[in-house]
Design a protein around this ligand. Structure first.
Ligand code: NDP
Length: 311
């Protein structure tokens, strides 16, 4: 397959890039990736995407963006890019290990970011048996049971609030003595009777016979008040930020030390002429659906200008 504009990834950045690229007659092809629609498909209510003044469910928002991209002729491939070749033009992307090869005169990388884990050995052991990084995906399994959420950002608060609607009790495990979430989220968390916030607390281990049954925690670690204790929980939800999905681009494109794609100045250009990056994969700072969408728009405009200058 061949296109003037290949878009890798299908979150708000990828779909917005596709809307702009298709309206500019670039006939874009989007390879959707392992999670079509991206991270918003695992959230519930989105209240801050402009235009949806009454709020919108994350999956619905992504469906709307996808429909808008299709409306202007974008082509969507269901599959995951497993290898890229940016050494010659046209650029090449291998989908699902060779099932399809897509050639692009330009490429927009919008592969987003994925949830981070603490790195405890027990996290893997209880994956799917109590440990999860997506409350909206797995919260249902913990109805009327006690759970914990780790993190102090907006995601952690959102997940804690969502789980409070299902679980019998929600511990919010926060390593510092404050929440970094927005004030409105903090207020909702503090006002929710089912949520107990454990400040200055870290997780040291997880335990259970076959499935997760308890978490071992430490408060004020490394101080004279250090206090080890255990909470009985069936679910342990990670909400400690994300890491960029750039594994397949390592050694092929310039990344920062955290693995985010580096872009030049105010543009979405990478160090490879004709390859652009948009959304969370290139943005460790803002990481909002709307900022990703805005960057997707800029990437499509940059790609269009690049092709025009080539001609
Ligand atoms: P954040 O980076 O904002 O927060 C991550 C949280 O996890 C912090 O409290 C951090 O602690 C904690 N953390 C990180 N590593 C560890 C660790 N090893 N052990 C324990 N705790 C850890 O990530 P979010 O995913 O919450 O949010 C990302 C962006 O998306 C933000 O800009 C946020 O505002 C936005 N967002 C907005 C939403 C909305 O408006 N509806 C919903 C969800 C996200 P510490 O504070 O100590 O660093």
């Amino acid at each position: 397959m061949k296109t003037k504009c290949l878009i890798i990834g299908s979150g708000p950045a990828g779909y917005t890039a596709a809307i702009y690229a298709s309206r500019a007659n670039l006939s874009p092809i989007i390879v959707e990736g392992p999670q079509p629609g991206g991270q918003l498909t695992t959230t519930t209510e989105v209240e801050n995407f402009p235009g949806y003044f009454e709020g919108v469910q994350g999956p619905r928002l992504m469906e709307d963006l996808r429909t808008q991209a299709l409306r202007f002729g974008a082509e969507i491939i269901t599959g995951t890019v497993t290898e890229v070749d940016f050494s010659t033009r046209p650029f090449k992307a291998t989908v699902d290990g060779g099932k399809t090869i897509v050639e692009g005169d330009t490429v927009i990388i919008s592969t987003g970011a994925s949830a981070r884990y603490l790195g405890l050995p027990d996290e893997k052991k209880y994956q799917g048996l109590g440990v999860s990084a997506c409350a909206t995906c797995d919260g249902f399994f913990f109805r009327k049971r006690p759970v914990a959420v780790v993190g102090g950002g907006d995601t952690a608060c959102e997940e804690a609030l969502y789980l409070a609607g299902l679980a019998s009790k929600v511990y919010l495990i926060v390593r510092k003595d404050f929440l970094r979430a927005s004030k409105v989220m903090q207020k909702r968390v503090f006002e929710n009777e089912k949520i107990e916030v454990l400040f200055n607390t870290n997780t040291t281990g997880l335990e259970g016979e076959e499935v997760l049954e308890r978490a071992h925690l430490v408060r004020f670690k490394g101080t004279p008040q250090e206090d080890h204790f255990t909470i009985d929980i069936d679910g342990f939800f990670l909400a400690i930020g994300h890491q960029p999905n750039t594994k397949i681009f390592e050694g092929k494109i310039a990344l920062d030390p955290q693995g985010y794609i580096l872009t030049e100045g105010r543009s979405t250009a990478t160090n490879i002429a004709g390859v652009f990056a948009a959304g969370d994969v290139a943005d460790p700072q803002y990481q909002q659906a709307i900022s990703a969408a805005g960057m997707g728009c800029r990437a499509a405009l940059d790609a269009e200008r690049f092709l025009m200058l080539q001609e």
